[in-house]
Design a protein around this ligand. Sequence first.
Ligand SMILES: Cc1cc2nc3c(=O)[nH]c(=O)nc-3n(C[C@H](O)[C@H](O)[C@H](O)COP(=O)(O)OP(=O)(O)OC[C@H]3O[C@@H](n4cnc5c(N)ncnc54)[C@H](O)[C@@H]3O)c2cc1C
Length: 405
Amino acid sequence: MVSEESERLQALRQEVRTWLRENLPEGWGTPAYVPPPRGTAEGQAAGKEWSKKLYDAGYTGFTVPKEYGGIERPREEQAVIREEMARTGTPPGAATLGYLAVAALMRYGTEEQKKRWIPKIMTNEECWCECFSEPNAGSDLANIQKTGVRDGDEWVVNGQSVWTSSSKFADWGIVPVRTDVNAPRHRNLSFFVFDCTTPGFSVKPLRQMTGDAEFSETFFDDVRIPHGNMIGAEGQGWYVAMTVLEAERGGGMRIGEAAAGITVTTLGGVDNFVELAKNTKRRDMVAWDDPLFRQRIAQFAIENEAIRASTQRMRVKAMKGQLTGHEQSITSTYRREKNQRQANMVAEMIGASIQYMRGDPRALDDGSWTYTFLRSRGNTIETGTTEINRGIIAERLLGLPRTRM
Ligand SMILES: Cc1cc2nc3c(=O)[nH]c(=O)nc-3n(C[C@H](O)[C@H](O)[C@H](O)COP(=O)(O)OP(=O)(O)OC[C@H]3O[C@@H](n4cnc5c(N)ncnc54)[C@H](O)[C@@H]3O)c2cc1C
C-alpha cells in the first residue's frame, strides 16, 4: 500500500523531473551539448541564469531562513529534489563563494547586514569571493599581514591576497584584516565585507594547468571599507574566519542545496565511469571486461554511499542548527582524496588520451576527463590542505596531543 506521504513525495519527484526536462539547456546530458566556456563572462552569465531558475522553482536555498531569502522545505522534500538533480546532473551555477559569507553573516551579522546581503546570495544575483590566503598566510591564517587603519567611519585596508577564487566576477568579498597590530594572535583581526568595485581593489588572474584562471592575486591599495561592513566585533575576526572555514570544509551552507556540487554528484554514483569503461578499448578487450577496473569502480560506488550517508548526517545536524564543525574535515578529506584517486583511475583507463586537452580533435569527450584529472590536483589544497584537515581530525576529534611547531 502506498502511503499518503510517499504519494506526496512521488508527486514532487514527478514535478522536479518534468521541470528539469523543460528547463535544462537543450541537449543537456548528450554529446551534442556544448557548455559555455568556464571562467568566461558567458559561462558566468549562464551559471547565474541557471541558479536563478533553480531558486525561482524552489529547488535551492534550503539552509537559510525565509526572512533572509531562504526556501524552507521539509527535509524529505529536499532529499527528493537533490536526488532528481543528481540523476540528471545539473549545469554549474555561477562562480561565487557567497555561501561562505552566509555562514559568517548568520552567526555574527547584524539583522541589517543579513537582510542586505543574504537574499542576493540565495539567488546568485550578487557573486562573492574570499580574500583569506596571502603569500605568507595560507594554512597559518593567523599570520595575515593585511592591515586596516580606522579613519572616521571607514577602515583603510592595505595588503595582498592570493588564490582568490571567483574574484574576476565578484561583486562582494570577505576579508580578515589586522586592525590591531599590537594585539596578540587571534585577537588582532577584524572581519569585513567589501565592495569589489571600491577604488584600490585590483585583481590579477593566475592561469592554472587546466588552462583556466579560476583564481587571482588580489591587491588592496588604500581600499576604504565602511565601518558598518565589519562582521562581528572589532578584534573578533579570527573567530568569524573560523566559522567560514568550517563551512567551507564541509560544503557548509551548501549542504542540502540542490545546486551542482560535490555533495550532489556523489549521490549520482559511478554511472559515468561504467559508461567510459564500456566504451574504452584496452588491447583486445574493453576496460569493463577487466575485473580490476570493475572492482575499482565498485569500490568508488561504495565510498560514494559512505560519503553520502555522512553528509546526510551532517545535513540533519546543520538543519537542527547544530554546528557540524570539525566533523566536516572527515568527509572533506575523504571526498577530495577520492576525487584524485578516481581521476587517476580514469587516466590509467584511457591511457594516452589523457594527454589531450579541450579543443584538441584527438581529445576524448572534448578533454573533459583530462580537465578533471588536472583540476583534481588542487582538491587536496583548496579549502585547507588535507594535512591540515588530518591535524584537525587528530587533535579536535580524536583528542590526540597537539603539535607544537
Ligand atoms: C583551487 C584553489 C582555490 C583556492 N581558492 C581560495 C580562495 O578563494 N580564497 C582563499 O583565501 N584561498 C584559496 N585557496 C588557497 C588555499 O586555501 C591555500 O592554498 C591553502 O590553505 C594552503 O595554503 P598555502 O598555499 O599557503 O600553503 P602552506 O600553508 O604554505 O602549506 C604548504 C604545505 O605545508 C603543509 N603544512 C602547512 N602547515 C602545516 C601543519 N601545521 N601541519 C602539517 N602540514 C602543514 C601544507 O599541508 C602544505 O602541504 C585556494 C587554493 C586552491 C588550490
